[in-house]
Design a protein around this ligand. Structure first.
Ligand code: DHB
Length: 388
């Protein structure tokens, strides 16, 4: 087989890249080691920045989102027994979209297949070769047959555990890493979500987040120990803690818990995001802690840049945008890293934290709740920083 761009991974980064390249008249093949069902069911965060919402709509994959998503002007902060709204639209003229990541994935898969795109699911033994030449190629096993795909470029959109990052030459990468001493218990509940917007809560027993998927499906998160077993959390314990931590907010309605699981939290960046003709995008190059839900947004930002750089190369044979891809992405990545770390550290209770830290966190939240300057900074970052 031969294609222009071989793409590892059918998550939001790989699928969106394939879609954007298609719109620019460039062929690609997406390879994915999981099944279509698996990638379409995988529950992740569900918050899309304004520019990314616009990009989905403008590139023709936003039709179901426009119908089914919830569009919010702001979010709520809850601490010390009261709740405060931050209205992003009034502050920066932008909002956010609440629409599950797996819904974006479904819409992109449908669109790629309708446009005649190739996605090979359940591939095995994948490897990227000769990335330092101008004839890189991929090998894999699909339907029991060994195959080779010759490409001009390879995109590693295969997540944190993917094979593309380890393909970089020894010593070529610098890693920046931070683990957090807690995790999130994520819960999907058949109950009405908060009546309008998300609620982020700081409480002495830990962070809680009240968000949603549909008007009848609430998504809730609780700070738990990083190695917590979700089975230690009975439905009663979950609701009891949610009531405590979201105390002072509007009434929390209980419902049947459909799914629960623990997510570890980490910050991770590898630099650079390119080696020869192999380009990393999304979680293969960086992970943010979930507070603020920047993961998918960063992945989409990477492929917006990568698709432009590749399209410019085919149009003009110039390599400037390919050469600056890593630096351009990393500027945004580090700002999102800083924002996600900042959101995480003001809302979570750290083990062994001293009373000074608690007072500092409360002072920061109080400042956010009452200062237009602080809220504007939050709004600008939460709804998505502008592109340079
Ligand atoms: C969601 C997840 C987040 O981490 C967040 O900050 C906001 C919303 C969500 O799953 O809806």
């Amino acid at each position: 087989m031969r294609t222009q761009v071989g793409i590892f991974g059918a998550g939001p980064a790989g699928l969106m890249l394939s879609h954007l390249l298609h719109l620019a008249g460039i062929e690609s093949i997406v390879i994915e080691n999981r099944s279509r069902e698996y990638i379409e069911q995988r529950i992740r965060a569900g918050l899309i920045e304004q520019w990314a919402t616009d990009m989905l709509t403008e590139t023709g994959v936003g039709e179901r989102m426009e119908r089914e998503a919830m569009f919010h002007d702001g979010s709520h902060l809850c601490f010390d027994g009261s709740t405060h709204q931050v209205n992003f639209r009034e502050l920066v003229g932008k909002g956010i979209t609440v629409y599950g990541q797996q819904e974006v994935v479904k819409d992109l898969v449908d669109r790629r297949l309708a446009d005649g795109g190739q996605i090979l699911f359940e591939v095995d033994n994948t490897a990227a070769h000769d990335c330092h030449t101008d004839k890189p190629f991929i090998t894999l096993t699909h339907d029991g047959k060994d195959q080779r795909i010759d490409c001009d470029f390879i995109a590693g959109c295969d997540g944190f555990h993917g094979i593309c990052r380890p393909t970089f030459p020894e010593g070529a990468l610098t890693f920046y890493d931070r683990e957090y001493p807690f995790g999130w218990l994520g819960i999907l509940s058949e109950s009405p979500p908060p009546d309008d917007e998300l609620i982020y809560a700081y409480h002495p027993t830990g962070f809680a987040l009240y968000t949603m998927r549909t008007p009848t499906l609430a998504r809730l998160y609780l700070q738990v120990d990083y190695d917590e077993d979700a089975n230690n959390w009975s439905d009663n314990r979950i609701w009891e803690q949610l009531h405590v931590r979201l105390g002072g907010t509007r009434k929390l309605q209980e419902g049947k818990i459909l799914q629960k699981g623990v997510t570890a939290m980490r910050s991770f960046v590898c630099e650079p995001m390119r080696s020869g003709r192999l380009f990393l995008a999304g979680d293969s190059a960086h992970i943010v802690p979930p507070t603020g839900a920047k993961g998918m947004n960063l992945a989409l930002a990477d492929v917006k840049m990568l698709s432009r750089a590749i399209a410019d190369f085919y149009r003009s044979r110039r390599t400037d945008l390919l050469d600056s891809y890593s630096d351009t992405c990393l500027k945004r990545v580090w700002k999102a890293q800083r924002f996600s770390w900042w959101m995480t550290q003001i809302f979570h209770v750290f083990p062994n934290e001293v009373s000074f830290d608690r007072r500092r966190q409360l002072a920061e939240l109080d400042y956010l709740a009452h200062s237009t300057a602080a809220q504007t900074s939050l709004a600008e970052q939460y709804t998505g920083l502008p592109f340079d």
